[in-house]
Design a protein around this ligand. Structure first.
Ligand SMILES: [Zn+2]
Length: 585
């Protein structure tokens, strides 16, 4: 990094994020947050939240989140160094550069890319040559990713060692850290970020190595199946698409791009001759990606279950179609098969899925209509209503009317009635709830506990253990916070993408709760869950233990906070989990 870390920390602690954002966004105090209209996506109701205490922002509409630096980077379209400089000027802080001059930025970028390139090569050689990489090679072979494929896509293997790369690749510690390849551990030593994983290097559209994605091998106990490089000066997830470097020629030639969700999906498409596939890097498909792809093609084929993203996603796609003049369609991948798998099992079907891609609206409509037999008139009306909800999401009246006619003939209702519905674009009230509200209502006890932990570590930390989190993502978010000893910024840096999203939301969650009550609720929920799953072993000791747990559970719900009960129940939970692990293995 060309700017000293001290300066960056000094800026973080002296510059108010509310001031910075407030220059561009009209903010209004709501509870503990400042709220306004998101500057990164078009919206009419504010879902952009800024929290002074944590120094972070989060948009519940487009999921953009970050700190002062990311805000300036994204808003002003500058790189990290540019953002630091702008903020320093504002705050009147003199920056200490390790090198000077105009080419500083470019030279730094070069160094980072070179370091990443060295790492990619080092990991690649390990995969090809290291005797210990046998399991990794076997795994890749079983997925059709060995030999030439591994060479073309520069696949790698990270040895299961603390500091294999840090020690062996000859990359300077400062570069290891800035690229996110390694970090300084608690013993003040460099530790590799990636261990015991097969690796998929990520390149910029110009073919420069900028990041690495890693997947655990089957049988690993590591809870994070995927782990990716953090955002760095050379790697912005929302602006990077895996595979674009290999795909761009074909994308431009065919005016079409296939968007998948996984690295192996991209490779699978290449294997069946569809060389225009790219994947998002552990994030949703966003407007930034569309903007990037629009430079190459105007047809976007989604090769993932776009419907699962729900109605919000549909509206976004239609918006993009209008704003960027692109056509969004959906590949017909039957039965939830993923492209990587299909490439091995049925290559022809995979290629055909892209050739037969349907417009997004037709695809969604198919989901509603197919497989539903409408026998009675009531059934037919209900089916038509549901279908028209989907049709009426489309902004273009002519498109709506054509689809309305199709729905009418399929369910056997008068065409004119449905076309009139389409003209007026009537939507059911249930589908117009704003995303902000939905998020607020959906917050569950686990998320609340994480939010309390993120914002006020001391108040709740002693009461939380891993076993309390039934939701896998929440559990990983909790573990990340724990590993960072409550330091939210460190946790967010180290967490996997899903957990990071939870933490980013937790950083700005506006809660007015009593930490002790939340902790008790969470413990009670976990105990109840565990008691429900009770498999009687007939062992009198464990029967007594369970009976005691029921008594303690009641004490916990009593009017007076009962610390011993909570402590006892945490111990019980732990015993039960251990039993389960022993029984399961
Ligand atoms: Zn937004």
């Amino acid at each position: 990094m060309a700017i000293g870390d001290d300066d960056i920390e000094r800026l973080r602690s002296t510059v108010s994020i509310v001031d910075v954002v407030g220059q561009f966004v009209q903010l209004r105090r709501v509870g503990r947050n400042w709220v306004g209209l998101c500057p990164f996506h078009g919206e009419k109701t504010p879902s952009f939240n800024v929290r002074e205490e944590t120094g972070r922002f989060h948009c519940f509409g487009c999921q953009k989140a970050g700190d002062i630096f990311t805000f300036v980077q994204e808003h002003e379209h500058v790189d990290f160094v540019g953002a630091v400089e702008a903020l320093a000027t504002r705050a009147g802080i003199q920056l200490n550069y390790t090198s000077a001059g105009q080419s500083r930025e470019r030279a730094q970028r070069r160094r980072l890319v070179d370091a990443m390139d060295t790492a990619v090569e080092w990991y690649h050689r390990r995969l090809l040559e290291d005797p210990a990489a046998r399991a990794a090679r076997d795994y890749l072979r079983s997925r059709g990713l060995a030999g030439d494929v591994a060479r073309q896509f520069k696949l790698g293997w990270a040895p299961d060692e603390w500091d294999g790369l840090s020690r062996g690749a000859g990359i300077a510690p400062e570069l290891l850290r800035t690229t996110g390849l390694a970090f300084v551990n608690r013993r003040d030593r460099m530790q590799d970020a990636l261990r015991g994983r097969v690796l998929f290097p990520i390149f910029s559209d110009n073919g420069e190595a900028v990041a690495i994605g890693g997947r655990v091998l089957p049988g690993s106990t590591d809870p994070a199946k995927y782990k990716n490089s953090p955002e760095t000066p050379i790697y912005a997830k929302s602006k990077t698409l895996y595979g674009l470097n290999w795909a761009k020629a074909d994308i431009a030639a065919t005016n079409e791009v296939v968007v998948c969700e996984g690295y192996t999906d991209v490779i699978g498409f290449h294997q069946v001759g569809v060389k225009r596939a790219v994947a998002t890097c552990g994030t949703a498909f966003t407007e930034d990606h569309v903007r990037l792809l629009k430079r190459y093609a105007s047809r976007v084929v989604l090769a993932f279950d776009a419907d699962a993203a729900g109605q919000g996603a549909a509206e976004r796609f239609y918006e993009w179609e209008q704003q960027y003049q692109v056509e969004v369609s959906v590949a017909r991948l039957a039965g939830g098969a993923d492209p990587g798998q299909l490439a091995q099992e049925d290559p022809q079907r995979l290629a055909a899925a892209v050739a037969d891609a349907a417009p997004f609206l037709a695809f969604r409509l198919g989901r509603v209509m197919n497989g539903r037999r409408a026998r009675t008139p009531e059934d037919r009306v209900r089916l038509a209503e549901r279908a028209m909800e989907v049709v009426n999401e489309h902004p273009d009246a002519n498109v709506r009317k054509l689809y309305a006619g199709q729905v009418a003939s399929e369910v056997g209702l008068p065409v004119n009635d449905l076309v009139r519905l389409a003209e007026q674009r009537i939507r059911r009230p249930t589908v117009t709830v704003t995303p902000v509200r939905r998020t607020a209502v959906r917050e569950n006890a686990e998320f609340v506990a994480i939010a309390v932990l993120a914002q006020d570590w001391e108040s709740i930390a002693e009461w939380l253990v891993e076993e309390l989190f039934a939701d896998e993502t929440h559990r990983r978010a909790f573990l990340a916070l724990g590993a960072a000893e409550g330091n939210l910024n460190v946790a967010i840096e180290q967490a996997d993408p899903e957990a990071r999203e939870v933490l980013a939301r937790a950083a700005v969650a506006d809660l007015d709760v009593d930490a002790a009550v939340e902790a008790r609720n969470l413990i009670a929920a976990a105990v109840r869950r565990e008691l429900r799953q009770s498999r009687s072993t007939g062992d009198p000791e464990s029967v007594r233990d369970d009976a005691e747990a029921r008594v303690r559970l009641e004490e916990l719900a009593g009017p007076i906070p009962d610390a011993p009960a909570a402590e006892w129940l945490l111990g019980w939970l732990h015993r039960r989990m251990e039993q389960r692990h022993r029984g399961g293995s």
